[in-house]
Design a protein around this ligand. Structure first.
Ligand SMILES: [Zn+2]
Length: 397
């Protein structure tokens, strides 16, 4: 039987390699263990992101969008050396690209804002330092209490098999609180998730919708699978300690009215080009080996937990890291579908062994508990056990 609100019938896109089991962004603060989720819409065998991409390629006038960007920047541009916009990021290729073009090409004075990774990789820490030092940016780095964040991550693993959930909340919401505290209204996020199939109809919107970062209803909010009351009473984590994980309230929002925009609306994002850009301008460094679970060396390499984030998705939805990357590269014309299929069959779901011991220590779990937990999250309509090995019932071809 299908779980997590996934469709019973598994289908793969005939243009890219994405499957219809992909969960699209929803109102993440209310994520629950088995709660209803929306999955990717397919039409005549083609997934929605492929359709959106095709429409985008055929219709967007990038010169016109740049003019729109210039008008927006002129409304907020600072003339006294104060920061005039915020670029959240980790020092990956995309945040380097975004902050750097805003500063050098468009003459803005961005403040970069970072929610620290769980456990920095060496290469990730070096890239973060290069971004700030060589790129010439002020940065505000927030590192949450390791004991508390480790506990939330452990709970997110146990309750949701989604270890990144508390990190994602912090990364999304912290920057909005900083924007409010410093009174810097203009914020640039990268690509709009609606382009990947969530929030239909918002893919052409330049501004991030309120629903991403405003929510006053604390009573129905859950972090790591627990309500705020449960976190307070059972785990001794009170709401004040969670304030940067939580969205703005309606009241905070209405007094301040921030202007978060998708830079990907104004500027044509291309992951490979961003990588070359980051390498040329700040000396961005790739992973010293192929990233586990995929074929690339430069996407999401700053956190030792990254590989587990993707591997957990592979267990729950049958979709691994190579599927996400190959689908995007096929759409961008960097891979053929045939190449994508072979990369997915080769690397998807590869276990991220490199930092496994450190991760277990971080979430205070032993190997047996970890793998038992993983098996309890495998939906029957995706997985079958044969000769003590788990096999996917459906694979892309
Ligand atoms: Zn597709």
């Amino acid at each position: 039987m299908a779980r997590y609100g996934l469709p019973d019938h598994v289908e793969f896109c005939t243009r890219c390699v994405q499957s219809n089991q992909k969960v699209v962004p929803s109102i993440v603060q209310r994520d629950t263990k088995e709660g209803s989720k929306s999955t990717l819409i397919f039409q005549d065998g083609v997934c929605l992101p492929c359709r959106i991409h095709e429409a985008k390629v055929n219709s967007i006038d990038w010169n016109f969008r740049e003019q729109e960007l210039l008008k927006l920047l002129d409304r907020y541009r600072s003339s006294n050396g104060n920061w005039d916009c915020i670029v959240p990021g980790s020092g990956g290729k995309d945040s380097i690209f975004q902050a750097h073009i805003l500063k050098t090409k468009y003459g803005m004075n961005p403040l970069t804002v970072t929610w620290a990774p769980h456990l920095y990789t060496d290469v990730g820490r070096r890239n973060f330092d290069r971004w700030i030092r060589k790129g010439g940016f002020d940065n505000m780095l927030f590192t949450p209490d390791g004991e508390r964040h480790g506990l939330l991550t452990r709970l997110a693993f146990k309750n949701l098999f989604h270890p990144f959930q508390p990190f994602i909340f912090g990364q999304r919401n912290y920057v909005m609180h900083i924007s409010r505290q410093l009174g810097i209204k203009l914020i640039f996020f990268g690509e709009n998730p609606a382009e990947y199939g969530g929030f239909r109809g918002e893919e052409d919107s330049p501004k991030m919708s309120k629903r991403y970062y405003v929510d006053s209803d604390r009573s129905s909010m859950r972090i790591s699978g627990l309500s705020l009351d449960e976190l307070k009473n059972e785990k001794k984590i009170d709401q004040y300690a969670l304030r940067y994980y939580l969205p703005l309230t309606e009241e905070e929002y209405s007094k301040f009215s921030p202007a978060p925009h998708w830079l990907g609306y104004y500027v044509n994002f291309h992951p490979q080009s961003n990588y070359y850009y980051a390498q040329e301008h700040v000396g961005f460094e790739t992973n010293d080996q192929r990233t586990e679970g995929t074929y690339s060396r430069y996407n999401s390499i700053d956190d030792k937990l990254d590989g587990f984030h993707y591997w957990c998705g592979y267990i729950k939805f049958g979709i691994g890291r190579a599927t996400h990357e190959a689908s995007q590269e096929i759409r961008n014309g960097d891979l053929t579908r045939e190449e994508g299929v072979s990369l997915v069959r080769k690397y998807d779901g590869e276990f991220p062994a490199r930092y496994f011991k450190e991760i277990l220590e971080y979430i205070q779990m032993d190997e047996e508990e970890f793998f038992n937990l993983a098996d309890s999250f495998r939906p029957e309509h995706l997985w079958v056990k044969s000769n003590s090995d788990w096999q996917l019932r459906h694979r892309v071809s």
